[in-house]
Ligand binder design. Sequence first.
Ligand SMILES: [Fe+2]
Ligand SMILES: [Fe+2]
Length: 494
Amino acid sequence: MGHGRHRSFHPLFTESMKEVYSEKRYGIALLSENHMETLDVLFQTHMNNKELFDTLLQLRDDDSYSYQHSFDVFVLGTLYGMYIGMEDLEVFSESCLYHDLGKIDVDTSILKKPGKLTSDEFKAIQEHTIFGEKRIKEQVGTCMASRLARSHHERLNGSGYPDGIHVHPYEQRHTAIIAILDVYSALTLKRTYRQPLPSFEALEELAGNPTLYDEGLVKGFMEMLHIYPVQSIVGLSNGEEGKVMYIKENAPFLPLIESNGETFELPVNRSLFIASYQGRAGRKKYVNSDKDRFIEALIEGDRGRAEFELDRLADNKRVEEVYIDLIGGALREIGDLWETGRISVAEEHVASVAASEILHTKQKTYVRNGSSKEGVILTTTLGDEKHLMPLQLFGEVLRANGWDVVNVSYPLPYEILADYVEKMNISYIGISCTMKENIPVIEEAVAYIKEKVPNVSVIAGGAGVAGTHISSADATTQTAREGLDVLSSWVRNR
Ligand SMILES: [Fe+2]
Ligand SMILES: [Fe+2]
């Protein structure tokens, strides 16, 4: 219950919030109650510590990222403190805001250096912990603030700095918490030299390293955000157990869930939601070779890892090889795994969606520049095709080879298709056929189109036409590569 009167936020609070706020990062932690008001009140309280706050503003002038990150850790720390009912919330909240204040004493050029640091530079950066502690003591900050400025880079197993102490998650609870928030903030904020890591991948990093970060505290943090990594085993609000299958980047708190043999997206109205995190699903072993790590990541819906594996495999490969051998080959193997019952329908679906998204983002990286236009081709399916990836893949291979591709990813009635091809002056049609049952439909449709538009050349291809051919088409091929070769020869002979 509010007081019926709208307080306005401090302008700097609003401005700072705009820079760091995103549901992709905070999940739905900020959407409940009047957390925004509490944050603003606390921020203004911390501003009252003139000396410390002036130093923070100075840091902002030197390096705006360090300020954003400090503010972000303040927001995350305050929300987390409230979430777990921390008794000394106000002091902890202040400690979060000033945890990196010692960066003011580190050479700005090192602070802002993109990419890898030399070991000397790294040592210089590490000193911000000691500088911070000293400054906060001198500028009469709280005991906790100076202590956390020193200890926020320490880890449970003693591998942190500056002291390499073993953090005990109960005795040094604040240190164990701020360490988690600090890493999460650093990984998920945008830097000038790299893209931010999606929140669920940052959480995977935290949950995957229980020797560094306390598992119970990471679990609480995920439950506060309502964001969980792929392959998390979770408890649902209806009492059932589920597994996080796939996460859309823009709404990480509404993942695709598998539960009781069914796969569904969590509803936007939150009538069903994830109530608890139970751990990570054990890895199934699908395959053994190097290339299979890419396949495994696709099946697990781990787009980040799949992209990373693909980049490794794609090194020095030509664009056709990336599309046909790597992505196409992976999809064929995933199809086999599904047909032999080694993965579920949901996993096959997830793998296709992930492959399709990667294809989309990678297109720009792999497609050759300056290739000459070969011609315009319409690619489509006919009949009741369930597998649209091969069609998309074929389209990408053609684009990469200078074709202008008009992709119609659903079967049109023949008359409309013929009409469209005629009006648009399209000379080539590619039809993808992955299912044998569709051969008669394709025969009939192609015959119809060729009669209406005699100049068009039609190529039909895909796994569905293996060992047979479509007699009304001009060519039948099984692989995308064969299709590309046939089309190139047609263009040369035209
Ligand atoms: Fe730090
Ligand atoms: Fe930090």
